[in-house]
Design a protein around this ligand. Structure first.
Ligand code: HEM
Length: 294
């Protein structure tokens, strides 16, 4: 990996992390916590939401010059107008880049002017995440299988983002469970999250396996290949995330009614562990998604 590759990986992570966070922050009030709990989640995340959107815009903006520099094999390629012009004319690169800039800019304006509720930014974050399937290894096949690959990738990214992105709002829900006034609403949101969360995890696993077969055609067991080593590490981390989620759901959640405070503390700890593991998963994808899948 060269310095340019690391910069490209950083730009990818600089896009994934804020998008997943924003998607989760807006999905939670729309899907799981209608009413005052949704308002509480929005209030708690009022500060980090704007910097996250700015980071997403900057990462998108940097991605095209970084691609140009990678193609030219030198940092000077980042400002090489002929390479940039050629890239802009390629629909899967130029058009997607312009559309992402436009969407992220719209999101930023929406957030700056505090327009209406969470549904608008939720829709924009969904489109931006779905656009990840329009580039990279997701578009390596043509014809029917190519369309299938793209659709599978889109569903993978959205389900994974729903799982990981909902975890910070879940922490807010856990604090709301301690408050008698918001307890019933928070319990409802927790139940809805648990139901939808099971589905999201199952979809992530199935679409992830399909992705592996479409891209690699085998299990990632040849660890002399950096792509396979990092992919295998990612799968192991996701396994740990799923195990933590299961312990939270089936060991600690039933205890909320009894020794509530200890159970809530354990669920919060487990949720933080899941967030850290999920962040590492994103960092791995940011790197190995740039490598030759061999
Ligand atoms: C919390 C769990 C997961 C998260 C957050 C996650 C996240 C992501 C993201 C954001 C991408 C898109 C990269 C891009 O197009 O720019 C991706 C791609 C991918 N994911 Fe996952 N994923 C998860 C679980 C899994 C699992 C369980 C598998 C395999 C069994 C898997 C296999 C893949 C593969 C093969 C790709 C394509 C990488 C490439 O472009 O070369 N993922 N994942």
């Amino acid at each position: 990996m060269t310095g340019l590759d690391w910069a490209s990986a950083a730009a990818r992570l600089g896009l994934y992390a804020p998008l997943v966070f924003l998607f989760g922050a807006f999905a939670f009030p729309v899907i799981f916590a209608r009413g005052s709990l949704g308002g509480l989640v929005m209030e708690r995340f009022r500060r980090p939401i704007l910097p996250a959107a700015i980071l997403a815009v900057l990462s998108i903006a940097a991605s095209l010059p970084l691609l140009a520099a990678t193609i030219d094999g030198d940092w000077s390629g980042a400002v090489d107008s002929s390479t940039l012009t050629v890239l802009l004319a390629i629909p899967n690169i130029g058009l997607v880049w312009v559309a992402r800039i436009a969407l992220a800019g719209l999101l930023l304006i929406w957030l700056c002017f505090r327009l209406a509720g969470p549904s608008g930014p939720f829709a924009i974050a969904t489109l931006l995440l779905a656009s990840l399937a329009l580039m990279g290894h997701a578009v390596m096949q043509e014809g029917l299988i190519g369309w299938f690959h793209m659709a599978n990738h889109m569903i993978h990214v959205l389900a994974a983002s729903l799982w990981l992105g909902s975890l910070p709002p879940l922490l807010v829900t856990l604090t709301a469970l301690r408050d008698r006034a918001s307890r019933a609403e928070a319990m409802d949101a927790l139940k809805r999250f648990s139901r939808v969360g099971h589905g999201a995890v199952a979809v992530v696993l199935v679409t992830g396996i399909v992705n592996v077969w479409l891209i690699l055609g085998q299990w990632p067991l040849d660890w002399s290949s950096l792509y396979q080593l990092l992919l295998a590490t990612k799968i192991a981390l996701v396994g740990l995330m799923a195990a933590t989620a299961l312990v939270n759901r089936y060991v600690f959640t039933p205890r909320i009614g009894g020794n509530g405070e200890a159970a809530l503390r354990n669920i919060a700890r487990g949720t933080v562990v899941e967030i850290l593991l999920g962040g590492s998963v994103l960092a791995l994808v940011a790197v190995f998604g740039l490598l030759e899948p061999a």
